[in-house]
Design a protein around this ligand. Structure first.
Ligand SMILES: CC(=O)SCCNC(=O)CCNC(=O)[C@H](O)C(C)(C)COP(=O)(O)OP(=O)(O)OC[C@H]1O[C@@H](n2cnc3c(N)ncnc32)[C@H](O)[C@@H]1OP(=O)(O)O
Ligand SMILES: CC(C)C(=O)C(=O)O
Ligand SMILES: [Mg+2]
Length: 640
């Protein structure tokens, strides 16, 4: 088979990888991809509005709103100055990361103080507004960890000249003096300390867990918020635990009381992940509309994921006016976890125009690294199909998708991997498997630097599909092994039809080999041997009948796992000495021939390699015989 392969030299190939079509230009602060993410007015209105006639008052209002959103998207996004109970930009939403507190409550996710500090530093780089670093009253170790984070991450580095983002450092406490004292002791070292105190407000929790009346709970909450403020903490967050199942009127009442006592943030937890998105959105909207004094505090969400709705509920809360969102990296947290930071942040970044132009201060390019770090330190690894950070989140395996990706990445990706700091081994995220089509496989060959004819490609593609049927993933090494087996072979004189071998401890290994002879006839032979490969080689020798000595035999597994492709390399010589003349010295010598083969079955791989070497030897002997250079005995002898 003729070939013109140039492995690993894409610059010298004549077939260039397809040039990706440019993505739609994103708004200044966004680089998410695809039409769905392009700046667009709310309600789908174009800049000119709908139709050309006189606009109705509601259309005018909608246009004005759309214009405001567009204008806000064009502004350079600067994090507003931190004031505990106020955000000067109505579009800015604070990201409160509780990976080190609620995230650490995931069974088995406990981190050492040193690990928590490393993660906290990374969270600051990611740009979270608030780090909830732990529950200081839970243990002296946790108090120490939160204190270290407050000192090291909660203050600007001395050389930073105030330019580096410094997050608020927060500690959780129950509504009692001991917990609040511990929290204050831990966080007070930060430039911006926050105490977060909570008490349950649902009937079920108050009655069965706290064993307190609603009136007692209100009194404790009011007193403890005031106590936290009295310690000198300017920033106090209050959470009515299990708000999702609490009585509305009671909620308004307790929130009003803690605002009066000095709470700066009111966090609304859906503690058991019970609410549906529209319900949680309405809860936030109702609190905003019915709690007096709420304009003097920030409303926050804290959604658990028991029904898999944490991210959806968080976004519904943001849409209804929450301006702090409590999230964790990779969504880790108590039971089924919390809303995940990467999902919430990227949803806001990607679809911010449908969320009234909201934006965050997160540098999303740190997401991948942060996610990996939390996986390592918490020991909780995300599933491959996890949104944003899963191994498959930017991978494409099926042919139609791969074809689309090669033509325009926006067809199947709404976010650019660059936006989350993900560097893909393959520019198009193509993962070859059994569902891949010709476009993707061909582009992989081009990427690897191979240029082969259409006919060769069709032969290769057939073998590729056979292998892909049996393997979960076809790697670059698999492709190269298959290429060298399928394409870079000498002229085929003898080809393999079938091989069957048996081996084990019960008797001699045997092999039956069927070859196609140069005249197209099938030849079959059977042999025993010391092992299945030896038996197969002896059967081949019986058919081809060229005296051959096997000089070298080596096998490597080029890919990983039980379904790896094995590559075999052999070196053979004819048993006739001096069958070749040295080009420089003119002396006769015995020439050796190498061959390689690849297959998932080690016997098949070995047989392919042996045949490849024998075919070379046969070609050489045939050519040499034609030129009268070699003795008759070295020439091709086909079996009769
Ligand atoms: C929804 C959440 O995520 S809440 C946060 C959950 N996180 C944690 O629990 C952190 C780890 N916890 C711990 O280390 C321990 O539970 C501690 C140190 C906090 C408390 O330990 P203990 O004193 O042994 O109490 P224990 O945990 O057994 O029981 C909790 C007590 O706190 C009370 N309590 C629970 N929540 C609150 C609250 N918000 N405010 C005041 N008291 C509360 C309970 O009613 C119970 O009181 P009781 O002893 O009078 O019955
Ligand atoms: C402590 C509170 C905010 C909490 O984690 C919850 O209610 O889920
Ligand atoms: Mg929680």
């Amino acid at each position: 088979m003729a070939f013109s392969a140039k492995p690993h030299c894409s610059c010298s190939t004549t077939t260039k990888p397809p040039t990706p079509v440019a993505h739609l230009s994103p708004p200044p602060s966004l680089s998410v991809r695809a039409a769905a993410c392009a700046p667009r007015s709310a309600y789908g209105l174009s800049a000119a509005g709908v139709g050309g006639g006189k606009a109705s008052p509601s259309t005018v209002r909608l246009r004005a709103r759309a214009q405001r959103i567009r204008a806000s998207q064009q502004q350079p996004r600067r994090r507003p100055e931190y004031v505990p109970n106020r955000i000067d930009d109505p579009n800015y939403v604070r990201i409160f990361d509780t990976t080190l507190r609620d995230g650490e409550q995931s069974p088995g996710a406990t981190m050492t103080s040193a690990e928590k500090l490393v993660v906290a530093r990374q969270l600051a780089r990611l740009g979270v507004d608030i780090i909830e670093a732990g529950f200081p009253a839970s243990s002296p170790d946790d108090l120490d960890a939160v204190r270290s984070i407050a000192i090291e991450v909660g203050n600007p580095p001395t050389a930073s000249a105030g330019t580096v983002h410094v997050p608020v450092i927060c500690g959780l406490s129950r509504c009692n003096r001991k917990d609040i004292d511990a929290a204050w002791e831990a966080v007070r070292h930060a430039r911006r300390p926050r105490i977060h105190t909570f008490i349950a407000t649902s009937e079920i929790h108050m009655q069965h867990k706290l064993r307190k009346t609603p009136e007692q709970v209100v009194a404790i909450a009011r007193e403890m918020v005031a106590y936290a403020r009295s310690l000198g903490c300017p920033d106090v967050e209050f959470s009515p635990e299990d708000a999702g199942r609490s009585n509305r009127e009671f909620m308004y009442h307790i929130l009003e009381e803690v605002i009066k006592a000095g709470a700066t943030t009111l966090n609304i937890p859906d503690t058991v992940g019970y609410t549906l998105p529209y319900e949680f959105g309405k809860l936030i909207a109702d609190i905003k509309a019915n709690t007096s004094g709420i304009e003097n505090a920030i409303i926050s969400t804290h959604c658990q994921n028991d029904l898999g709705l944490a991210t959806a509920n968080t976004l519904a809360g943001a849409r209804s006016g929450a301006r702090q969102l409590e999230v964790t990296i990779n969504g880790i947290g108590e039971r089924a976890g919390n809303a995940s930071l990467e999902e919430v942040v990227m949803a806001i970044k990607c679809r911010g125009e449908l969320l009234d132009g909201l934006y965050t201060g997160i540098n999303s390019q740190h997401i991948t690294l942060t996610s990996k770090m939390v996986q390592e330190h918490s020991g909780l690894h995300v599933q491959p199909h996890k949104a944003i950070v899963g191994a498959n989140a930017f991978a494409h395996e099926s042919g139609i998708h791969q074809d689309g990706m090669l033509k325009y990445k926006g067809t199947y990706e709404i976010i650019s991997p660059d936006d989350i700091g993900l560097t893909r081994a393959n520019e198009f995220g193509i993962v070859l498997g059994k569902l891949s089509g010709r476009h993707a496989v061909r582009s992989k060959l081009v990427e690897l630097g191979y240029e082969i004819s259409d006919k060769e490609f069709e032969d290769f593609f057939k073998r590729y599909k056979e292998v892909a049927e049996k393997k979960k993933r076809v790697t670059d090494e698999d492709i190269e092994a298959l290429l060298s087996d399928e394409i870079f072979q000498p002229k085929v004189i003898w080809s393999l039809a079938d091989v069957q071998a048996t081996c084990g401890t019960l008797g001699l290994s045997t092999a039956t080999v069927k070859l196609i002879a140069p005249d197209g006839e099938e030849r079959i032979a059977c042999s025993v041997g010391t092992g299945p490969v030896d038996a197969a080689y002896k059967a081949i020798d019986q058919i081809i009948q060229i005296p051959t000595v096997l000089r070298e035999y080596g096998m490597t597994s080029v890919t990983e796992g039980i379904d790896a492709i094995a590559t075999t390399r052999v070196v053979v010589t004819g048993d006739v000495t001096n069958n070749s003349k040295h080009a420089l010295t003119g002396r006769a010598f015995n020439r050796s021939f190498s061959g390689s083969g690849a297959a998932m079955d080690i016997v098949v791989s070995s047989v392919r390699a042996y045949l490849s070497a024998l075919n070379k030897m046969c070609s050489f002997a045939g050519a040499a015989k034609a030129s009268g250079e070699v003795p008759e005995s070295a020439s091709v002898q086909s079996a009769e």
